[in-house]
Design a protein around this ligand. Structure first.
Ligand code: ZN
Ligand code: ZN
Length: 317
C-alpha cells in the first residue's frame, strides 16, 4: 500500500498542510487542503505526478475538520462523483461551515473573554470559514475508533486521537507501524488543544489536554517507526517527540500555575500574561491554551476553580 504525501499551500500562519494519497483501490485521500486556487492546483499536480486525477478518488478521509484539512472535501467529492467522505462524529461543532457559535460564545464568556474580543474572534472565524464548504450531517460517513479502512493489499486502523480537536483521528498501518496523525503530531510545534464544546455535553468545555495526553500515549503503544503529521516533516523518533511534548506540557502547566495570584484569574487573563503580544487569531489560540492547561491542573487537583457570575476563576490551592 503506497502512502504518498502531498504538500499544499495554505493562507494560514501554520504554513503548508500535508495530505496523503493512498494510491491503491479504493483510491483514498486523507485530508484535502483549504479551499483555495493554489491548494487545488497543487493537489492536482500532486495527484497527476502519482498517476491519478481527482475523479479517481473513491474515499475522502478527514483527520479533523479544520479548514486547512477539510476545505476541499466537497469540491473533491463532487468531482469524483461517487467518492465518500469520512470524519469522526465528534467533529460536530468544528464541522465545516457549522462553527456552532452560541456554544463557542458561551465557552469564551466563561473563560473570561471580554465581549469586544469575542466579537473580533467571531469576525476572524467568519473569514477562516471561507476556506471550506459546508456539509450536511447525512453527507458524512462516520469514522469509528478501532475500525479498519480496507485497501487492496492492506488496511489502515482508525484510531480516535482527541485533543487538538474532539474528533481528531489518526490512521495506523500496523504492518510497518506507520501512522498518519493529522495535527495530533507535529514535528516542530506542540499542537494546540483548541477550545471546543464537549461533544457529549455542549455546555461543557472539552477536556482537551487530558484527552490529548491519552491520545499521545495511545499512539505510543503502537511503537511507531514513522509518523506523518498534518504539517512539517515526517517524525522518525516518536518516542523522543512524545517525551518532549510531555515535558513541554508540564513546563507550561508550572508556568500557568505560577501566574495565578491569590485573588485568582480567568483563562483569558492568564492567556494575556502568557502571550501579551498576540493578535486576533492567536488570542483565540492563546485563550484555548490557557484554558486547556488550567483545566488539566484543576482536574489534577493542583488549583481551585470557582464561578464569579458567568466567569470561571482559577486560584492557587
Ligand atoms: Zn487542526
Ligand atoms: Zn492543521
Amino acid at each position: 500500500m503506497r502512502i504518498i504525501p502531498i504538500s499544499l499551500p495554505t493562507p494560514f500562519y501554520i504554513g503548508p498542510v500535508n495530505v496523503y494519497l493512498i494510491a491503491e483501490d479504493p483510491i483514498t485521500i486523507i485530508d484535502t487542503g483549504p479551499k483555495t486556487k493554489d491548494a487545488i492546483n497543487a493537489l492536482r499536480d500532486g495527484l497527476r505526478a502519482a498517476g491519478f486525477r481527482g475523479s479517481d478518488l473513491r474515499r475522502i478521509v478527514l483527520t479533523h475538520a479544520h479548514e486547512d484539512h477539510c476545505g476541499l472535501a466537497r469540491s473533491l467529492r463532487d468531482e469524483a462523483k461517487d467518492a465518500e467522505v469520512f470524519v469522526h462524529e465528534w467533529e460536530t461543532g468544528h464541522r465545516v461551515g457549522r462553527l456552532e457559535y452560541a456554544e463557542h460564545r458561551q465557552l469564551l464568556v466563561r473563560a473570561g473573554v471580554p465581549d469586544d474580543e469575542i466579537e473580533g474572534m467571531r469576525r476572524m472565524y467568519e473569514g477562516v470559514r471561507m476556506y471550506a464548504d459546508s456539509f450536511d450531517d447525512h453527507e458524512y460517513n462516520p469514522l469509528w475508533d478501532n475500525a479498519e479502512l480496507e485497501f487492496a493489499t492492506g488496511t489502515l486502523r482508525i484510531v480516535h486521537t482527541p485533543g487538538h480537536t474532539p474528533g481528531s483521528c489518526s490512521f495506523v498501518r500496523e504492518a510497518d507501524r506507520t501512522i498518519i496523525a493529522g495535527d495530533c503530531v507535529l514535528k516542530r510545534v506542540t499542537p494546540n488543544p483548541v477550545l471546543s464544546p464537549d461533544p457529549l455535553d455542549s455546555s461543557k468545555r472539552f477536556p482537551s489536554l487530558a484527552e490529548y495526553l491519552v491520545s499521545l500515549a495511545r499512539l505510543r503503544s503502537f511503537a511507531p517507526t514513522l509518523v506523518h503529521g498534518g504539517h512539517g516533516d515526517v517524525v522518525h523518533d516518536y518516542e523522543e517527540l512524545f517525551h518532549r511534548y510531555v515535558r513541554a506540557i508540564h513546563e507550561r502547566q508550572s508556568q500557568v500555575i505560577g501566574l495565578l495570584s491569590n485573588q485568582g484569574a480567568s483563562a483569558w487573563e492568564i492567556s494575556r500574561l502568557m502571550f501579551p503580544q498576540t493578535d486576533d487569531v492567536h488570542r483565540f489560540l492563546a485563550v484555548s491554551e490557557a484554558a486547556a492547561h488550567l483545566d488539566l491542573a484543576h482536574s489534577e487537583g493542583k488549583i481551585a476553580l470557582e464561578l464569579a457570575g458567568e466567569r470561571e476563576i482559577y486560584r492557587p490551592n
